[in-house]
Design a protein around this ligand. Sequence first.
Ligand SMILES: [Zn+2]
Length: 102
Amino acid sequence: MSADAILVCPKCLKNTVEQLSTAIKDLEDSYANIPIKEYNQKKDKVESLIDKVANPDKNLLEYYEISINTRGNFFVSYGCRCEVCNFQFSFTHLQNVLPEDK
Ligand SMILES: [Zn+2]
């Protein structure tokens, strides 16, 4: 069995959460210290990042294969790569799972 999927990238989501945290602090620090137009732009940025955290883009291409053959060799291969931040991870495992003859 093999499959491909497109998921939310954990690294991109972490980056967005950090951007949101910075933007909130920037908004709080600038309250009453900057023109209202500039404050509203910062507020719009916070709201945009809140939306992005709540509905993150799916940029992580995931592919995996899992099988067992007639000789009892179990095989699993997993890989993923983000198109935006280049985060990637891979894992492969091969093991004979037949009990030994006694
Ligand atoms: Zn990413």
